[in-house]
Ligand binder design. Structure first.
Ligand code: GGG
Length: 358
């Protein structure tokens, strides 16, 4: 199979981790006889530094022409420390999602048995958890109108949803649920928010088209609590942009670390694959980042964009094998387990490739 893949490493630990997502794809191409070619483009703080624009036109053009995009992360401490800065790295990420019509962000909470002990949640609560989050990605407060009063003392972000935006992601979530355990839990705040009432109303309508799927509705505050108390109750979770962002960071603690969760953003065109973690500038360049979420993002690309299920599984199995043998990056090391072999980013990436090579 011949595919053009655009790599957007971004900022902070982005370049370190995407190196290994890309290397995994190269190894798969070699082992299975595929022809994957790679191009690279700028986004985020690095793009602002070099071009003044967090999403240069060239990146967008390359993105549109590619068959899939492997992305790292965007962000930089200087913007967090100075909220008045007008041009920000995250604008690049939001714009590419909008421009490429990437409205559905799939975030599987893939649990590797070996990491159960490392979690701060009891293993018996976690064991058997398998959740697929659908986070809406191109609406909500992220894209609603933003305002600041002249005296700078009042600010607002409009939380806005259109029915079609809820419908299109709902169809994706229900179709996925039909292939899984036929359950969708829609998460909103319909007791308070009008946009959530539209959300719930729309889901109730769409649900009628999928009578084989059981639909439940949960308020976001309750969902946040239930996720830790009894994560096994969930299968497909469907929610809005902001709620999904927060809930999946919480869910990363079920999987052991933010460094373990991959995501796929899909919609109208080119698929976009990235770890859910951000740029983590505090550990950037220190060989401390966990490359496994990027490797697992590459696996999602193989399966979702290219339909290469066997190749995707080969990647997941290589990650599983590395973990089974006790290798860990710092974020997933169990402080109580002396047998953990703690590795840096490069060593972990190398090991995955070694276990991958036929
Ligand atoms: N790889 C994910 C990433 O870079 N996240 C940084 C970020 O600012 N994301 C905005 C969002 O998805 O809510």
């Amino acid at each position: 199979m011949k595919k053009n893949i655009l790599v957007i490493p971004g900022d902070g630990i982005g370049p370190e981790v995407t190196t290994w997502g890309k290397a995994a794809l190269q190894q798969i191409a070699k082992d299975y006889g595929h022809d994957f070619s790679f191009d690279e483009a700028l986004m985020g703080h690095i793009a602002i530094e070099q071009t003044g624009n967090p999403l240069p036109d060239e990146t967008l053009e390359k993105g549109r022409k590619s068959d899939a995009i492997l992305f790292g992360a965007v962000g930089h401490a200087m913007y967090d420390n100075d909220p008045s800065l007008k041009i920000r790295p995250e604008q690049g990420l939001l714009k590419i999602r909008k421009e490429l019509g990437l409205y559905a962000n799939l975030r599987p909470i893939l649990l590797f048995d070996e990491l159960l002990q490392a979690s701060s949640i009891k293993p018996e609560i976690l064991r058997g958890t398998d959740i697929l989050f659908f986070r809406e990605l191109t609406g909500d407060v992220y894209f609603g109108e933003k305002q600041r009063s002249d005296d700078r003392n009042t600010a607002s972000d409009l939380m806005i949803y259109h029915r079609y935006e809820v419908e299109r992601i709902a169809h994706k979530a229900y179709k996925a649920a039909q292939q899984r355990s036929k359950k969708v839990c829609s998460v909103d705040k319909a007791n308070v928010l009008e946009s959530s009432r539209l959300w719930r109303e729309t889901i109730q309508e769409i649900a009628k088209q999928y009578p084989d799927v059981k639909t439940t509705h949960m308020f976001i505050d309750n969902a946040a609590m239930q996720l830790i108390k009894d994560p096994k109750q969930f299968d497909v979770v469907l929610t809005a942009n902001l709620f999904g962002d927060i809930l999946t960071d919480e869910a990363s603690q079920i999987a052991g670390s933010m460094g373990m969760l991959a995501s796929a953003s899909v919609g109208d065109g080119t698929g976009f694959f990235e770890p859910i973690h951000g740029s983590a500038h505090d550990i950037a360049g220190k060989n401390l980042a966990n490359p496994l979420a990027s490797v697992l993002s590459a696996a999602l690309m193989l399966e979702i964009s290219f339909g290469l299920k066997e190749e995707a599984q080969t990647l997941v199995k290589a990650v599983d094998k590395v973990l089974k043998e006790g290798y860990r990056t710092k974020d997933i090391a169990d402080k109580q387990t002396a047998s953990d072999k703690v590795l840096g980013t490069r060593e972990m990436g190398d090991l995955v490739l070694k276990y991958l090579a036929k």
